[in-house]
Design a protein around this ligand. Structure first.
Ligand SMILES: [Zn+2]
Ligand SMILES: [Zn+2]
Length: 400
């Protein structure tokens, strides 16, 4: 077995050039959430060429690849789902790379181009090692992660069934982590995210005669401040959480008291209990404050995504694979939580899994723009690290 694993490094090195070429090709042809038609067609083509079964149109523009191992074993063996998200963002790329986006206003600014390339080369690598594993690998190329919708669409289309999935794996290339490192942890790694909408209704009037009006601007301001106390006073100091309002809209003139004010914000937490508490308490506190000030408030949760919570056993599987790939010193332990969210969370709810981060930043080379920035870039050495870690974890999980 050790011999097999050591040869994986060579296998990955031999495929690195193709891995980078493929990533650059996808980078040049980005497509927005649920519009990934060319991307999906190309994914299906490469999968079939590698000897995989490819199912298209799963969850809209998603593609599912299937490969059964040929190592002898009892029964059909286990099924591992490996997820790669494939969508790009509505951004105008600012880059001098010859492989920069060829599409105006659309850009792979989160690294999903790399995720596609890693998934496809993993498919080729596993096809060549088909005789070394028992069970099934299901590669889920997921649309619309950025809009949080693709994972649910794939679930609705049965991505976890036929064959039933026993465990899940996924990675994100991550520039806040230096290239050469792999960040993996049990428990929560990405926060939940809920978009909330509040409409504060008062009674408009003359700015000089506030006593004849009910001023929703003052009420909204009180609500925003009061809601900050949810994190400060109701969530454990050992549990990070966030309440942020990014949009406040109301009024039309400096001397007129508005009729209504709209607030839109986001709630983040790392445990289901904290998430539920925030979702409920935002409405209760807002209503209480509004009532005390003679106003009314409407409260809606517009959409959300749970936290990504890793299974301890699957995290250990990935940690072993990462250590074999980059060495113990490059797999930092401890708290590896990131303040973002990802709909991989829904897949992790269905089967025990691990979502991990592959370092892709390199400040010395100026590769340090944040994800979703028009200057976003990855250190491409990260691709081989991600591929090798995933390949090792997959073969380990389906070891005969
Ligand atoms: Zn993103
Ligand atoms: Zn992303």
């Amino acid at each position: 077995m050790a011999e097999t694993l050591d040869s994986i490094t060579k296998d990955v090195a031999a495929r690195e050039e193709r891995l980078i070429t493929l990533r650059r090709a996808f980078h040049q042809r980005p497509e927005l959430s649920f519009e990934e038609r060319e991307t999906a067609a190309e994914i299906a083509r490469v999968l079939r060429e590698a000897g995989w079964e490819a199912r298209e149109g799963v969850g809209g523009t998603g593609v599912v690849g299937l490969l059964r191992g040929e190592a002898p074993g009892e029964g059909p063996g286990r099924t591992l789902l490996v997820r790669a998200d494939i969508d790009a963002l509505p951004l105008q790329e600012e880059s001098d790379h010859p492989w920069r986006s060829r599409r105006d206003g659309v850009m792979h600014a989160c690294g999903h181009d790399g995720h596609i390339a890693i998934g496809l080369i993993l498919a080729e690598l596993l096809a060549a090692r088909r005789g070394e594993f028992h069970g099934t690998v299901k590669l889920a190329f997921q649309p619309a992660e950025e809009r949080i919708g693709g994972a649910l669409a794939m679930l609705a289309d049965g991505v976890m069934r036929d064959p039933d999935v026993d465990a899940t794996l996924g990675l994100h290339l991550w520039t806040p982590v230096p290239v050469g490192q792999v960040s993996v942890a049990a428990g929560p790694v990405f926060s939940s995210a809920d978009e909330v909408f509040l409409r504060v209704r008062g009674r408009g009037g003359h700015g000089a005669m506030p006593h004849l009006a009910v001023d929703p601007v003052v009420v909204a301001a009180q609500i925003v401040v009061a809601l900050q106390t949810l994190v400060a006073r109701e969530i454990s100091p050992f549990h990070p959480a966030v309440v942020s309002f990014g949009l406040v809209r109301g009024g039309g003139a400096f001397n007129v008291i508005a009729d209504a004010v709209e607030l839109r914000g986001t709630l983040r937490a790392y445990s289901q209990a904290d998430r539920e508490s925030l979702r409920r308490r935002v409405g209760e506190v807002a209503r209480g404050v509004a009532e005390a000030m003679r106003a009314h408030v409407g409260y809606e949760i517009l959409g959300g995504c749970p936290a990504c919570v890793n299974d301890a056993g699957m995290a250990e599987l990935v940690r072993r694979a990462a250590v074999a790939t980059v060495g113990e010193a490059n797999v930092p332990g401890g708290d590896q939580r990131q303040a973002a969210s990802d709909d991989m969370a829904y897949l992790l709810e269905q089967a025990p899994g691990c979502y991990f981060f592959v370092g892709a930043g390199d400040a010395a080379r100026g590769i340090d723009a944040p994800h979703h920035s028009p200057r976003f870039d990855i250190a491409e050495e990260s691709l081989a690290v991600g591929l090798e870690t995933l390949a090792r974890a997959t073969l380990d999980y389906l070891r005969p």
